[in-house]
Design a protein around this ligand. Structure first.
Ligand code: BG6
Length: 515
């Protein structure tokens, strides 16, 4: 079988129905992500009949919780957060295979208990299970969990019969290049790279996967997808929400670490990479790494540098007054953490030399919108260029990641009438109109892929390090500069003026995506 024929993009979900009997262990089982995303994702996989016929879910956490209580928590999470209504048949099947184990993450004995329980399950079923460990805890305990999985030999369980355990690791993957390297080393001490699934949930979003299809399943884009035709690329990941109750984490992180290093850099690499030789995970990931390697170091200066940061002031969101970042609960009054970051990047390769890639992400922005906009150069101003009579705009292809997922092409068109006048118009493809709105959530796709061993939509060790290589000097520069150069913007706006200036040098302007 060719590599392509084995890939789920081509073979469809039928392949997933063959997932091997699995024990899924979630570390951080009573946490917010488990509640809001992971358990509802398991339920929806159950609805689609995509869980293996023999499937066990063990929640692992520090708090002692009786099995029944954990099952009720899981049921409540599903009713509250699942995209589909609770079906009792499906739920009962999952619930009867759900249990909870408590232990300290740094206590080896707890992992021995877990190992014993897995042996028991295998005995009861008289077959070997593959193990999938999902680490959804705060990063401070990544290390003891990974090390203890190794020391207790859980990381090698079943390997002799060809069933390598897999480990899924949530973000944040390190806080800079050095810590990401250290974490990679800790992982490598216990697991082989093909056992490791580093999560970036943006890769599980339908539209992000569609980016590969748009680019490589259509012949009209590839010839113009380069420096000859593209004026600039703008990647926006804007949120309307503020920092909410997460200030404890967020103030240590900031927009650059929380969103740019991972989500927007992933969008950039999928947009800019060369066509992979096949759809095999390593072919795709090789190309993504190559793009990251070609990104030039940023120029960091107080004025007209390649990076801008800011945090929000008080302002209006949907007509409601909201507090500024420094007035939010648990944010230290002297905080210099950015809630908005924008970068100008150049990819020093044959395809993209000289084309600016602008990345921005912020909280408390005007709208919640994530999009990739490829802005093309104008045609030569020979025919339609006389003064204001022609309102010629750049052609833009906008891949709307969320919400209102779709692809839009901005074209210039003649306004009907006896006089020749032009106006930009939109050609629009909307996912929900074409396919309906109840598409799988990112975590459904990602859990399923990890279960069947498809790492395409996960980040490889070298990939995360390359991304940190670009971001870390900016973090260091900002740390040294303290609040020098830290701008502010009103909540509900599109960010600080300095971010506008980032584009003026090259006569570009940020798009103002509508809600
Ligand atoms: C997470 C960040 O990775 O992504 C959050 O930690 C952010 O701060 C979230 O709110 C956004 O994800 P989505 O899927 O809602 O765009």
């Amino acid at each position: 079988m060719s590599e392509n024929a084995r890939h789920p993009f081509l073979s469809g979900l039928s392949k997933h129905r063959g997932a091997h009997p699995t024990v899924l262990v979630i570390f951080g089982a009573s946490g917010d992500l488990t509640k809001r995303k992971l358990i509802p994702a398991l339920y929806n996989l159950g609805v689609d009949n995509l869980l293996p016929s023999d499937f066990k879910f063990i929640g692992f956490g520090r708090k002692p919780i009786p099995n029944d209580e954990f099952r009720s928590f899981a049921k409540e999470s599903t009713s509250n957060f699942s995209r589909r209504k609770l079906n009792s048949d499906v739920w009962n099947r999952i619930e009867s295979n759900t249990e909870y184990l408590s232990g300290n993450y740094d206590d080896l004995e707890a992992y021995r208990k877990l190992h014993d329980r897995i042996h028991e399950i295998e005995k009861e079923h008289d077959r070997q299970f593959q193990l999938l460990f999902y680490i959804s805890t705060p990063p401070s305990v990544f290390e003891p969990i990974i090390t203890n999985l190794g020391v207790s030999k859980l990381s090698r369980h079943g390997q002799s019969s060809g069933l390598k355990p897999k480990v899924v690791i949530e973000k944040p993957f390190g806080k800079d290049l050095e810590s990401a390297r250290e974490l990679n080393q800790i992982i490598r001490n216990q697991f082989d790279e093909d056992q490791v699934y580093r999560i970036d949930h943006y890769l599980g979003k339908e539209t992000v996967q569609d980016l590969l299809v748009q680019r490589f399943a259509n012949s009209i884009f590839e010839p113009i997808w380069n420096r000859e035709y593209v004026k600039c690329v703008q990647i926006t990941v804007a949120e309307q929400l503020g920092v909410g109750t997460r200030a404890g984490y967020y103030d240590q992180s900031g927009a650059l670490r929380d969103m740019i290093q991972n989500h927007t850099m992933q969008l950039l690499s999928l947009t800019a990479m060369e066509p992979p030789v096949s759809l095999a995970p390593e072919s795709i990931r090789d190309e993504k790494v190559k793009v990251l390697k070609a990104i030039q170091p940023l120029e960091l200066r107080r004025d007209a540098g390649d990076a801008v940061r800011a945090h929000y002031r008080e302002g209006l969101i949907e007509g409601e007054r909201v507090p500024g970042y420094k007035e939010e609960d648990n944010v230290p009054p002297g905080s210099t953490t950015e809630t908005y970051a924008a970068l100008r990047l150049f990819i020093n390769n044959w395809r993209w030399k000289g084309v600016p890639f602008y990345l921005r992400s912020g909280k408390r922005m005007a709208h919640r919108v994530s999009e990739i906009a490829i802005q093309f150069k104008r045609p030569p101003g020979i025919l339609f260029s006389e003064g204001n009579r022609f309102d010629l705009s750049h052609n833009v292809m906008v891949i709307r990641v969320q919400p209102d997922e779709g692809v839009t092409l901005l074209l210039n068109s003649k306004i009907p009438g006896l006089e020749t006048r032009t106006q930009p118009v939109k050609m629009h493809f909307n996912y929900s109109t074409t396919y309906g709105s109840n598409t799988p959530e990112a975590y459904e796709r990602l859990i399923l892929d990890a279960m069947v061993g498809d790492s395409t939509l996960f980040i490889r060790g070298d990939e995360t390090e390359e991304s940190w290589r670009i971001i870390t000097p900016v973090l260091d520069y900002w740390k040294e500069s303290r609040n020098q150069g830290l701008e502010t913007y009103s909540a509900g706006s599109w960010g600080p003026l300095a971010a506008e200036r980032l584009l003026w040098d090259l006569k570009d302007e940020w798009r103002r995506p509508s809600a």
